[in-house]
Design a protein around this ligand. Sequence first.
Ligand code: HEC
Length: 179
Amino acid sequence: MKLLVDIRTRKALLALAVAASASVALPALAQAPAIGQAPAVGQAPAIGQAPAPATTAPAAPAEMAAGDKPVSYSEDQATRGKETYTRVCADCHGDDLRGGLIGGPPLRGNAFDDKFANGSPASGLFGFISTQMPPDSPGQFSPAVYAELTAYILKQNGYTSGAALPTDLDALDHLIIQK
Ligand code: HEC
């Protein structure tokens, strides 16, 4: 956690430094148009674009906001989740989570990551499963069982175990799925 904060702080400082050096360079550029062009609407984008790379740089780490932690689950949850998954979900999503015989999308890989991982809070994945799955009777399990299913999917996606995954949505909001 401290490491993450340090990295973020350093990136932010770096961004500031780049922005600062960019703004030092800018007055020289800004002097190019004649003074008569003062409103210089046409010039504005050029000035605005210069620091853009600096502002995009810290965007990804910034998703791990204060109070957020990397997601974790207990091995116990994943083990129980596997049992339920195999019984209820595997026909559609595959034993290996790579897609099943009757039409469920893969629960690993790029498309999955874009929707549910890559910095998303665990509340997204847990929320989807617990309200939409299985399609013929969504919400049929207890929150604890949905947390176990979520834990198993996380494990199969390579996330490491640790503290148990909670079922509380507010808590899940602060647990970030990020490799
Ligand atoms: C009858 C087939 C079927 C069963 C059984 C089923 N699913 Fe699904 N699942 C689907 C389909 C179809 C979608 C895509 C629906 C959508 O995008 O709205 C989906 C989507 C998902 C997604 C989102 C994937 C994505 O990339 O959008 C997750 C996560 C998921 N299912 C988990 C589960 C879990 C966990 C179970 C077992 C409790 C389960 N599903 C049972 C068919 C199934």
